[in-house]
Design a protein around this ligand. Structure first.
Ligand code: T5A
Ligand code: NA
Length: 210
């Protein structure tokens, strides 16, 4: 495979759809095929903004203005922007566990939060070459281990988030919907196929911005 720039691949989906499980496997499979790839995830809880975000998610009594937490999630992506750009330009592909779309989906469904306002702080971040949306029925989602521990992990909110994601999938370029209900291995193979064909397609096309 020629050494062009890396591809920016984003995995989105409701909570517990298996994003983190799949992202880890994808990075391994791509590196095994000599496609240099790194894993990133948002929120990145290891940074200063990430610590605040993690506290907000874990402690449901913590009150924070909805716009303020939205901007923190966005700042958390901007903190990683330069590093992402450099890796991509140096030929390293990135598998990213959640990105701006989670930011917009989870905030815009809140009362008095406007979708257009929510999109603004994301403008200028690197545009993904491919967004893979993992979908799951409500029943399967609720039966996955760990659901319900953090803020936002409730059925009502997840249903609304799902609708926002579907709207993105219907209207944006480069989105593919993947049924996440199969076995881990079956879902992995579907995702891997899409990613490899995207990497072959992008060649040396310039990075774009949101
Ligand atoms: N958020 C995020 C915002 O509000 N704004 C933002 O800008 C961003 C980026 C935390 C929250 O932050 C919100 C969204 C979230 O509510 P997070 O840290 O990504 O985001 O959330 P996590 O809790 O870490 O991850 P999720 O709940 O989203 O789970 P995943 O990653 O989708 O699922 P995963 O891989 O951890 O798997 C869940 C369980 O299911 C099993 C796994 O073993 C695991 O036990 N599993 C399967 N079981 C059966 N069949 C399969 N195919 C399976 N795949 C996985
Ligand atoms: Na996750």
């Amino acid at each position: 495979m020629s050494i062009g720039r890396g591809a920016l691949i984003v995995i989105e989906g409701v909570d517990r759809s298996g994003k983190t499980t799949q992202c880890r496997k994808l990075v391994k499979s791509l590196n095994d095929r000599n496609i240099r790839t790194e894993l990133m995830n948002f929120p990145d809880r290891s940074t200063l903004t990430g610590e605040l975000i993690s506290h907000y998610l874990k402690d449901k009594t913590c009150t924070l203005n909805d716009k303020a937490i939205h901007l923190l999630f966005s700042a958390n992506r901007w903190e990683n922007h330069d590093k992402m750009k450099e890796l991509l330009e140096n030929g390293c592909s990135l598998i990213v566990d959640r990105y701006s779309y989670s930011g917009v989906a989870f905030s815009s469904i809140k009362k008095n939060m406007d979708l257009r306002w929510c999109l603004q702080p994301e403008v200028g971040l690197i545009k993904p070459d491919l967004v893979l949306l993992m979908t799951l029925s409500d029943e399967v989602m609720l039966n996955r281990p760990g659901f319900g521990n953090e803020r936002y992990e409730n059925v009502e909110m997840q249903k609304s988030v799902k609708e926002v994601f579907q709207t993105f999938a219907d209207n944006e370029d480069n989105w593919k919907v993947i049924n996440a209900a199969g076995t881990i291995e079956a879902v992995h193979q579907k995702l891997l196929r899409e990613i490899i064909s995207k990497i072959e397609e992008i060649g040396d096309s310039p990075l774009e911005k949101l």
